[in-house]
Write a protein that binds this ligand. Structure first.
Ligand code: PLP
Length: 408
């Protein structure tokens, strides 16, 4: 039997444009005409495969991207959305009603954390945040009301790794849906193959890869995707976070080079992580043997795409972190910016940016320190040159001492 390879699955798809174009035609329409009123009625009822009604529901361009992303994740279907949050929030609202309960990893993207902590309680949905790496703690948090287990494959920003297969077993035992945000690890990890029910991405990051748009996707069974788009009760259809056709066509084109980019992001991040660790910097990267979940991650990744492009270093204080990021930007080593998956390295201090929604005491409890810098390592051609230039910046600011450099 052929092994599951997410990049091959994307490559094997073949869509031609209306006039034999090598790219599919873009459906630049919000609404669609019908030859008969009966067909329109049937389409409203959800009974007309291949007919389009209105682009908030679906459009040909969005369906091409849906199919490609479902093929990538190995799910029956998918639904693209206007942003990652536009995928996460309808998915969770579709799965939970007032009185229901969610068990979530505590180290997740700040926006998702804020949604679960501050917003969903207004709708009567409560969340217990747990250390997702401890399966016994996860299971102990489940109540009779729990409907969903939520985590990120590799967490933002602490790069903790979820044991998806272990969590899937717990979900099955308690009849819960396991929802996994795979934004940090496209191609490297295939959560649905490990037992996740629903896989989400912020397309804004690696999958689009050019930092020119926001976007998201929910990959799941046909039944769940149909429920999200149901005209009477679907959270995506009714809340309306629809991706525009022009955008889905451009994301689709970028998706085709994802495998090449992921290999280079992973190669460069591994190179820098190894060098920084050897220099004595506190470095967190799942590809390092020192990472607490290195073995687990090694056992679940599709190795050819590597351990990903995200790493953190801890330089001790926020002042030092800020000074280093400003200096690296001045030397054109990357940009002081949130987000990830760009060709250029991006860096930010999560405690004061992407995770600032998390209260300070909780940041401390989960190990999110002041001096932490999160790097999304870029596609640099000569990563040794980048390393030497970064090292110079660190020397200048006493983040690295000359002693550690002499050990080379
Ligand atoms: N999930 C993760 C892991 C993220 O890092 C982000 C954004 O930073 C999101 C979801 C939200 O995605 P978007 O900004 O596209 O709404």
């Amino acid at each position: 039997m052929k092994n599951f390879n997410p990049a091959d699955n994307i490559q094997d798809l073949q869509y031609f444009g209306e006039f034999g174009g090598v790219n599919p035609s873009i459906s630049d329409s919000s609404t669609y005409t019908f030859l008969s009123a009966k067909t329109m009625f049937d389409t409203f009822e959800g009974n007309m495969e291949g007919c389009y009604l209105y682009s908030r529901h679906s459009s040909p361009s969005n369906l091409y991207l849906d199919k490609a992303l479902a093929a990538m994740e190995g799910t029956e279907s998918a639904n693209v959305s206007a942003s990652g949050m536009g995928a996460i929030t309808p998915t969770l609202l579709q799965l939970c009603s007032s009185g229901d309960h969610i068990v979530s990893s505590r180290t997740i993207y700040g926006g998702t954390y804020a949604f679960l902590k501050n917003f969903t309680p207004r709708l009567g949905i409560k969340t217990t945040f747990v250390d997702i790496t401890k399966l016994d703690v996860v299971e102990a948090a489940i109540t009779a009301e729990t409907k969903v287990l939520y985590c990120e494959t590799v967490s933002n920003p602490l790069l903790e790794v979820a044991d998806i297969a272990g969590l899937a077993k717990i979900a099955l035992r308690h009849n819960l849906k396991l929802v996994v945000d795979n934004t940090f690890s496209p191609l490297s990890v295939s959560p649905a193959k490990l037992g996740a029910d629903i896989v989400i991405h912020s397309l804004t990051k690696y999958i689009n890869g050019s930092s020119d748009t926001v976007g998201g996707v929910t990959c799941a069974s046909q039944e769940f995707i149909d429920s999200l788009k149901n005209v009477n009760s679907g959270a995506s259809m009714l809340l309306g976070p629809t991706m525009d056709s022009l955008r889905s066509a451009s994301v689709m084109k970028n998706l085709r080079t994802l495998h090449i980019r992921m290999k280079q992001h992973s190669h460069n991040a591994m190179y820098l992580a190894k060098r920084f660790e050897k220099d004595g910097l506190k470095t967190v990267y799942p590809g390092l043997k020192s990472h607490p979940s290195h073995e687990l991650y090694s056992s679940i990744i599709n190795h050819e795409y590597g351990f990903g492009g995200m790493m953190t270093i801890d330089v001790g204080t926020l002042e030092k972190a800020n000074a280093l990021m400003e200096l690296m930007q001045a030397k054109n080593l990357g940009y002081l910016a949130v987000s990830l998956g760009f060709y250029k390295t991006l860096f930010s201090a999560p405690g004061t940016s992407t995770s600032s929604e998390i209260p300070m005491d909780e940041q401390i409890e989960m190990g999110l320190t002041d001096g932490l810098i999160r790097f999304s390592i870029g596609l640099d051609n000569d990563i040794e040159r980048t390393y030497q230039m970064m090292k110079k910046c660190m020397m200048e600011l006493n983040v690295l001492t000359s002693e550690s450099i002499l050990t080379e």
